[in-house]
Design a protein around this ligand. Sequence first.
Ligand code: UT7
Length: 327
Amino acid sequence: MKKTTILGTGSYLPSKVLTNHDLSQILDTNDEWIVSRTGIRERRIVAEGQTCSDLAYEASLKALEDAALTPNDLDMIIVATLTPEKRLPSTACLLQDKLQAKKAAVYDIDAACSGFVYGMSIADQYIKTGAMNRILVAGTEVMSKVLNWKDRSTCILFGDGAGSAVLGPAKTEEKIILSTHLFSNGSLYKLLEMPAGGTAMEWTPDVFERGDHLVKMDGKQVFRQAIESMAEASRLALEKFHKTIDDIDLFIPHQANSRIMDAIAKRLKCPEEKIFMNVDKYGNTSGASIPIALDEAIKQGRLKKGDLLLIATFGAGFAWGSALIRW
Ligand code: UT7
């Protein structure tokens, strides 16, 4: 069996910044509340006409450059998104066209905020078995288009952005995906959903009136579930390799809320300095959160050869998971 390595990463954030102060001009909220409850100070918002595949395209070009590969080297493109550009075709198809990745098989996966880790796990299986050689996994979101901007408990949390990674068979023992662990519990789906937009609920004026085509969330319940699930998934990943949190050099949790990350760290007894956080700058970018954080951590020199990286993710579904990577 082959091993999968991370050949390159890239990320892209739209240039338009929406600060907490900006939000306080349109909502009954304020910077102090948002920062103390979430750690978020600002988030990015797409420019007029900028789409989900546009963001993924920019991030993917950087990842390919980082990997010293061209789009024609790709055997597959997996796009993780809960804000697909269209219902048909997949955003992966649109990205394939922009990249002109002529040999790539493409599809989207829908695992909400956990989509990138799910995608990485899928790519890992193809590469380990030798079925595919070069796979681009992109997490890309235009959350600003699916938020209810009148719901102050939800819209303040999210932002737009994209991150990509190119995976391939390892020639050395560097940047190896040791394991991925995926979980779900669909019985709790109502706690975080977009009720309309699929085939279950017809598009009627009532749907738009109620905002059922937008993200609806029970924040308190999601908060609790996110902590429990990410802590448990992290513990299972460590146990599988007979490691403890002391062996971890860097921990990248899903960038949802600094209080959630702090609580997970406390449960795992993970020192603050080992946790990577950028939620203050970008908010929760859903499926893009992990690849953006990973790319930034790498570019900031937070990972050196031999380091053990733990990733934990959680999102709507609920779908959650973890990954261990030896850098
Ligand atoms: O990928 C996973 C995505 N989901 C998440 O990460 C969400 C997880 N949940 C959370 O992050 C938190 O539950 C929130 C940040 C959404 C809310 O924090 P909380 O500490 O659970 O606040 P709360 O819902 O209990 O609300 C406390 C108060 C309420 O007012 P009253 O009823 O006490 O008068 C809310 O109406 O805060 C009010 N509130 C706000 N006030 C100012 C809610 N949103 C805001 C706001 N600004 N933006």
